[in-house]
Design a protein around this ligand. Structure first.
Ligand SMILES: [Zn+2]
Length: 213
């Protein structure tokens, strides 16, 4: 199969494992909460983004770049900004709805955070019945980027190749960093911290871009 030009997006919930102790009642509540939060994010995804699969507390999405890759990249960046607002909106509701449960999972919902990694490149598609599998170096890279040197638990990280597609619209976006991987070499990225200040997740510019730093 010929590789196709695609944008690749992973959204990942920074899990409970960092800060709660699991008891028999905590675990099912933790799973319910993370499932609902992940659902709130993927419900927000629309064309050109397609959900490929769930990977634990993460979701892997892709978009065909089509005839206008720059427009697709702007659209995707705008959708990703919306993911953060949806995530925190749902977290607020869940936290209020579960205030009566004393377990760690229900008490600490507002501590959960979201990260998103965006990349453009090529992927080969293998289709088996209703399932689609994406393969290739760029698919590996976007997954590897989840492990990085960023200290924050909530951020949008995009590779320079994604960032370049945004053109002038993305000129001032994010902090330039380099992530190094033994087998993949250095990867230039940009990182933005959309919810570093209260209310930032809801703030996007006129094009719906997550231009918050
Ligand atoms: Zn609970």
């Amino acid at each position: 199969m010929d590789p196709e030009a695609v944008a690749l997006v992973i959204v990942d919930i920074s899990g409970y494992t960092q800060f709660i102790r699991f008891h028999r009642t905590t675990l099912p509540h933790a799973q319910e909460v993370t499932s609902q939060l992940l659902e709130s994010v993927i419900d927000k995804a629309s064309h050109p983004l397609v959900l490929n699969k769930l990977e634990g507390d993460a979701a892997f999405l892709y978009a065909a770049l089509g005839d206008d890759p720059a427009a697709a990249a702007r659209d995707i960046a705008g959708q990703v900004a919306g993911f953060f607002a949806a995530f925190h909106g749902r977290a607020r509701d869940l936290s209020a709805g579960r205030a009566g449960c004393a377990c760690d999972a229900c008490q600490r919902i507002r501590d959960l955070q979201l990260k998103a990694v965006l990349h453009v490149g090529e992927a080969s598609f293998r289709r088996i019945r209703q399932f689609e599998e994406l393969a290739g170096e760029d698919v590996i890279l976007v997954h590897r980027l989840l492990k990085n040197s960023v200290a924050a638990h909530e951020y949008v990280l995009m590779t320079e190749s994604f960032h370049r597609l945004l053109g002038d619209a993305g000129a001032a976006w994010g902090e330039a960093r380099v992530e190094a991987y033994d087998d993949l070499g250095p990867v230039a990225v940009r990182v933005s911290y959309p919810t570093a200040s209260p209310g930032m997740a809801d703030r996007t510019d006129s094009k719906g871009m997550p231009f918050v730093i």
